[in-house]
Design a protein. Structure first.
Length: 237
């Protein structure tokens, strides 16, 4: 496995199909996500102002800042324990629906990885399925409801297609990021059926869902941590 040094100074593992992933990869993924959310905080909040409580970016930034702080000194912990710690931090510090949803997702990601010190892309695929399942069980949302799920489901499907096609982790992560962004943009014409946005009825149409947007950032962060092309944050409409 190759190692590269992020522009933010931390070491990240870039999979080349020869060695497993570990704590360094997971820590880098979380740090990349925190960086992207901080960068897009005002935009996420702007999106939420149109159909929600106008706090999605602020809350998620606060939660990830707390998560990153809690991860200091966890470099020798298992990847699963790191992800569970992230989930716990999000559940306790992020307000609204995002805290329980993302918190449960990260906790079940970690639970799926178990006590392994190292894991591979196929293990990550299984973990993603567990995280998505947790989110859907808690939020009772499906594709088309204008939620996190609209970006997560296509991203996961694209990630699996990449692996089945024999692609390495960076290429599969890039597929996932692109699919998440497509799903994110596809929420614009939808009428929300879940969460606070659903109270608006037809007035929720014409607005991009903030949860789907932050999910696209999640997969963009994965692409960066995997050693992908470090593409830009999701394009604004």
């Amino acid at each position: 496995m190759r190692e590269r040094r992020s522009t933010r100074g931390t070491v990240t593992a870039a999979g080349d199909g020869e060695a497993p992933l570990g704590a360094a990869f997971v820590l880098q993924w979380v740090n990349e996500l925190a960086f992207l959310v901080r960068d897009q905080r005002d935009y996420l909040t702007q999106l939420d102002a149109a159909i929600g409580d106008a706090d999605h970016g602020i809350n998620l930034d606060r939660g990830l800042t707390a998560a990153v702080a809690n991860l200091q000194g966890m470099a020798k912990e298992t990847p699963g324990d790191i992800l569970k710690a992230v989930g716990t931090a999000l559940m306790f510090t992020v307000g609204g629906a995002a805290g329980p949803l993302y918190g449960s997702g990260f906790r079940d990601l970690g639970q799926a990885l178990g006590s392994k010190a190292e894991f591979g892309p196929e293990d990550l695929l299984v973990a993603f399925r567990a995280g998505l399942d947790a989110i859907q069980k808690l939020g009772a949302a499906a594709v088309g409801d204008k939620t996190i799920v609209d970006a997560f489901v296509p991203a996961l499907a694209a990630f699996e297609r990449g692996l089945r096609a024999g692609e390495d982790l960076p290429a599969s992560a890039t597929r996932a990021r692109k699919a998440a962004e497509e799903g994110m943009r596809a929420t614009v014409p939808l009428q929300a059926r879940k969460g606070r946005a659903s109270y608006l009825g037809p007035r929720s149409m014409g607005h991009q869902d903030p949860g789907a947007t932050s999910t696209a950032l999640l997969f963009s962060a994965l692409e960066r941590a995997a050693g992908g092309p470090n593409g830009p944050a999701p394009e604004r409409p």
